[in-house]
Design a protein around this ligand. Structure first.
Ligand code: BGC
Length: 764
């Protein structure tokens, strides 16, 4: 429907009807308005499966059966946007088949700490990875005519006190880390809706935060869709409307009158309410017009897709003596109840009533002669010595053992954080005992976030499956026996211990305030900058194939920040099996004033190659890839100097480097606090110095800083700032304003006039 038609409908609505439109009809749908032929649309959770709520005969909520795809923690490991697009599209089909117009996802919040109870629903500690995967997911979903709800906007990085804590961070941290993934998805994929989070930011609830919902999201980034509150996140209805929250969910009909009253009292302009209604009707009509009838779902095909996505996301963390893939037809011990009933999804609003969940045990029988031992009982935390002894016996009598372990479901859910990063002792003790008895032991991990792995040195091979969706059992069995490749790389760092995590001392907050004290040094940005060893770094993962990456080429050796840079390298499969490499590009900025992480991911590309095959990979970098957020100017800015373009197989394993010289097209403006050496870069500054450098030396001599006999010599030495010897360079590192002290004839007004001339005419 055209905007003018929508505006005409809004002009016919009463104030009460407009206010009514701003909250849901019930848990999931919007209010229809028969008088003006306004239909209702349906939302549903998300993000990795459709959780369509239904009522049973007693009126209790259940969820309709659907495909449970791998959760975001797993799909992030695929480093494969094309796959996320397929996932979004498949979810779109299931929504269409059920007349769902908006799916509540994806979640692109940054993983600040391994403890966040909802990490399994989020992608990464890195905003580029989260943003690119989030965009692809949204594009795939919306191509099917179903809207996304990008969540949870923003600074919602813990579950503890998620409904009322305030997240406090500086502008740079916010822009570089916590807003960045949202920004990318909004600009690249225009989600139909964005979900305002429960928490406060700088003391103001997200739903009432005009600075972010209107100034940043809509005005700066050009967001065209509607803002929906997280379920129950709106406190003050009128303030929420004024800030830019269009729809309060779920039903809040009782408080619709607050909006009416605020308009009557002049606290809220009716024009603001009209703008909200226009946006909401755009959403409603868009949803209804895109609705398809008679869409059916092939759940078997969707299950196969879930399996393919998971295989591309499983991370091979260790593979001593090429134990994996296991030999087919051998006698293999499968140990752990997760082999029968996999742990494959997290708790809370994303919990799907899955189509079917086969275990690895039943599926792998086609590949080998499998013996099974439970190892631990479901949800058992303390070691069960009896079961462990049985497992050891089973392992000894086989040529290799595979232990399925990780975190029980009750340890990871929406609504609360983990208390620590450890696996239950029932699993740790089992792994230790089996590894001791059987050197050919593989550990398969099922968990939604990093765990401590004190037994890692003793296991011959380790696979991380994350929460791999309903087909994880089949996907992992295929990978174990070499039917498919483990295609994943870690989308987050695995610290050795929780205490190493940069947010360890401030995570959770105090008295409801959470200080993001580690600033932008989140995940690998901290570990790499500080040289803190981790168990496995961001981006890491092995393959059954071998790759070599060579021939790094840059199309320029010197650039300004308004140029693009093309980067190329060549990847070759030097192994004997087909496989996938994930080529990662990091930019290492100059390490000068203003701390910057030693390197940041600025590009990645997944390449599938047959043995002997090779391919060129190309990246294009722009200003933003070199920039940091300069708080003093409230904008992205680039420092001059030498940058290194690094190609790695993880954030820690850099295999190729090339240096590039950057000359920003515009330096920051000079102020009285700028350094003298910055002032001297410009003709006006240099001219001033040439005229007055003798006076500077005389003042310094009077202060006893230059010995009298050396007066003339020093005058000559410092007349040309470029030739000043290292030992005397201190003067250049003082603030410009001191020139008025050093030079009797120079007034503050004259100096300021020179700074203005430089800022206006000489800075480019
Ligand atoms: C969650 C959202 C979810 C909504 C509806 C909230 O508690 O934070 O992610 O979409 O409930 O279930």
């Amino acid at each position: 429907m055209k905007r003018t038609e929508i505006e005409s409908i809004v002009s016919q609505m009463t104030l009460e009807e407009k206010a009514g439109l701003c909250s849901g009809r019930d848990g999931w749908t919007t209010k229809p308005l028969e008088r003006l032929n306004i239909p209702s649309i349906r939302t549903s959770d998300g993000p990795h499966g459709l959780r369509l709520e239904e009522k049973d005969e007693d009126g209790f909520a259940t969820a309709k059966m659907a495909t449970c795809f791998p959760a975001a923690c797993a799909t992030a490991a695929s480093f494969n946007p094309a796959l996320l697009r397929e996932l979004g599209s498949a979810l779109g089909t299931q929504c269409q088949a059920n007349h769902v117009h908006v799916l509540l996802g994806p979640g692109v919040n940054i993983k600040r700490s391994p403890l966040c109870g909802r990490n399994f629903e989020y992608f990464s500690e890195d905003p580029l990875l989260a943003g690119r995967l989030g965009s692809a997911f949204v594009q795939g979903l919306q191509e099917q005519g179903v809207g996304a709800s990008l969540k949870h906007f923003f600074a919602n990085n813990q579950e503890y006190r998620r409904m009322n804590s305030t997240s406090e961070m500086d502008e740079r941290t916010m822009r570089e880390v916590y807003l960045s993934a949202f920004e990318r998805v909004v600009k690249e994929a225009q989600p139909w809706t964005i979900m305002a989070s429960y928490n406060k930011i700088d003391g103001t609830f997200s739903t009432e935060n005009k600075r972010y919902l209107t100034d940043v999201l809509r005005r700066e980034w050009g967001f065209e869709g509607s803002v929906v509150s997280d379920w129950g996140a709106t406190r003050d209805r009128a303030a929420a409307v004024a800030a830019g929250t269009d729809l309060t969910m779920p039903s809040a009909t009782k408080t619709d009158a607050e909006i009416v009253q605020a308009v009557r009292e002049g606290r809220l302009q009716e024009a603001e309410l009209d703008a909200v209604c226009v946006r909401l009707l755009e959403l409603v009509f868009r949803g209804v017009e895109a609705q398809k009838d008679n869409v059916t779902v092939d759940y078997e095909a969707a299950h196969e897709l879930a399996k393919r996505i998971e295989a591309d996301s499983i991370v091979l963390l260790k593979n001593e003596s090429s134990l994996l893939p296991l030999k087919k037809n051998a006698k293999i011990a499968f140990i752990g109840t997760f082999a029968k009933a996999p742990r494959y999804q997290g708790g809370g609003s994303s919990h799907v009533n899955s189509y079917r969940v086969p275990g690895a045990l039943e599926y792998a029988e086609q590949y080998a002669n499998i013996a099974f031992a439970e190892g631990y009982a479901e949800n058992q935390l303390e070691p069960d010595m009896q079961r462990i002894a049985e497992a050891v016996e089973t392992a000894k009598n086989a040529s290799a053992a595979v232990i399925f372990a990780g975190l029980p479901e009750k340890m990871e859910s929406e609504g609360y954080d983990r208390a620590h990063m450890k696996m239950p002792e029932s699993h740790n003790a089992l792994i230790r005992a089996v590894c001791e008895a059987q050197p050919n032991t593989v550990v398969v991990l099922h968990n939604g976030a990093p765990v401590e792995t004190p037994w890692a040195d003793g296991a011959a091979a380790i696979l991380e499956t994350y929460l791999g969706g309903e087909a994880v059992g089949e996907a992992v069995a295929d990978v174990l026996f070499g039917e498919t490749e483990p295609g994943g790389r870690l989308p987050e760092s695995f610290p050795l211990r929780l205490e190493d995590n940069p947010s360890y001392l401030s995570y959770g907050g105090e008295d409801g305030t959470v200080y993001y004290a580690e600033r932008m040094f989140v995940g690998y940005r901290y570990y790499e900058s500080k040289g803190v060893p981790v168990r496995w770094p961001f981006g890491y993962g092995l393959s059954y194939a071998d790759f070599s990456i060579t021939d790094l080429r840059l199309d320029k050796e010197e650039i300004t920040d308004d140029n693009e840079l093309a980067v190329q390298c060549r990847v070759e499969n030097t192994g004997s099996r087909r496989g996938k490499a994930v080529v990662q590009l990091y930019v290492a900025p100059p390490q000068r004033e203003g701390l910057r992480p030693v390197r940041e991911l600025r590009g990645f590309e997944k390449v599938e190659l047959a043995p002997g095959e090779s391919r060129d990979v190309t990246f294009t970098l722009t200003q933003r890839d070199f920039a940091y957020w300069r708080i003093s100017e409230h904008k992205w800015a680039v420092q001059d100097g030498a940058y290194e373009i690094q190609i790695g197989t993880s954030c820690h394993d850099i295999v190729l480097r090339r240096t590039l010289s950057m000359r920003p097209s515009q330096n920051p403006p000079l102020t009285m606090e700028s350094l003298i050496k910055e002032f001297l870069q410009y003709p006006t500054g240099l001219q001033c110095w040439k005229k007055h450098s003798d006076a500077v030396v005389e003042t310094l001599a009077k202060m006893g800083l230059v010995p009298r006999p050396m007066l003339e010599e020093v005058k000559k030495l410092i007349a040309d700032p470029a030739a000043i010897p290292e030992g005397m360079g201190m003067i250049l590192k003082q603030p410009v304003k001191l020139l008025c002290t050093f030079i009797g004839d120079l007034s503050q007004t004259q100096l300021q006039a020179m700074l203005d001339t430089i800022n206006q005419n000489e800075r480019n």
